[in-house]
Design a protein around this ligand. Structure first.
Ligand code: CDP
Length: 236
């Protein structure tokens, strides 16, 4: 498959360009915090409940809150119907996403409690774990959960020997490498880094730099969406 033509990608973007991204804070009424995200062809909703009592009780921790994260892909979110329910992929993504967000949450404030994060993928077009993490991070802030910073995530990769930012499905599925990252852009701490495919050390460093720039742009959009929502409420 040919990915690059005259320096542009299959969807006409430059190698260092993100897809259009839109955050809607507080999209769900019954959740304590929520966020709907459109990221290119991805449509994702995150709902946060808590801090609240832990069930089953034996999971509770005496001196801090526990964090639970469930990533779920709707059966209608992909081209070929996905069998409903958890599978190996969603269990893995739930785990790495929880670990990506966990470090910024100030868990000591809520002993014997849980903070539950639900991420539902309504439409998928590569980068759904990143879109989910971005939405979850905003939903946590919307819920008023105390955090040291926001986590921002995007994928980088390689197609036609070119390092590119924010892969679409064809680039992700048939390209040479796909590397999702997540970080706290304030501190520079990287909290998720996975890789499918191959990169040379040079390409890896180039990709990481590009990913950090992508995360910084996303962090700005997350901040802006939260400010918009709460400034709006102040004026009501
Ligand atoms: O979505 P993400 O890039 O985080 O994870 P992935 O496992 O690398 O999946 C890449 C893309 O493949 C997804 O975003 C979907 O568009 C597609 N996919 C699919 O069509 N059917 C599945 N059962 C899983 C993924």
């Amino acid at each position: 498959m040919e990915f690059m033509k005259n320096g542009k990608r299959i969807d006409d973007r430059l190698p260092n360009e993100l897809r259009p991204i839109k955050f809607e804070v507080g999209a769900l009424e019954r959740a304590d915090g929520s966020c709907y995200v459109e990221h290119g062809g991805n449509k994702v909703i995150a709902a946060v409940y808590g801090p609240r009592a832990v069930h089953p009780r034996h999971l509770q921790e005496a001196n801090r809150a526990i964090i639970r994260y469930r990533y779920n892909m709707a059966s209608f979110s992909v081209e070929e119907r996905k069998r409903p329910g958890p599978d190996r992929r969603s269990v893995e993504i739930s785990k790495v996403s929880r670990e990506a967000i966990d470090p910024v949450i100030i868990k000591e404030f809520y002993p014997r409690s849980t903070i539950d994060i639900f991420v539902e993928i309504l439409q998928a077009d590569a980068g759904t774990r990143s879109a989910g993490i971005n939405a979850a991070s905003v939903a946590l802030a919307d819920a008023g959960v105390p955090m040291r910073g926001l986590i921002s995530s995007c994928a980088v990769g390689k197609v036609d020997e070119t390092v590119v930012l924010d892969l679409v499905k064809e680039e992700d599925n048939y390209g040479q490498a796909d590397m999702p990252i997540a970080m706290d852009v304030r501190t520079g701490e990287v909290t998720l880094l996975q890789m499918d495919g191959h990169l040379t050390l040079d390409e890896f460093e180039q990709a990481l730099e590009l990913g950090k720039i992508g995360c910084a742009s996303i962090a700005e959009m997350q901040r802006e969406a939260l400010i918009q929502k709460y400034r709006g409420e102040e004026n009501e």
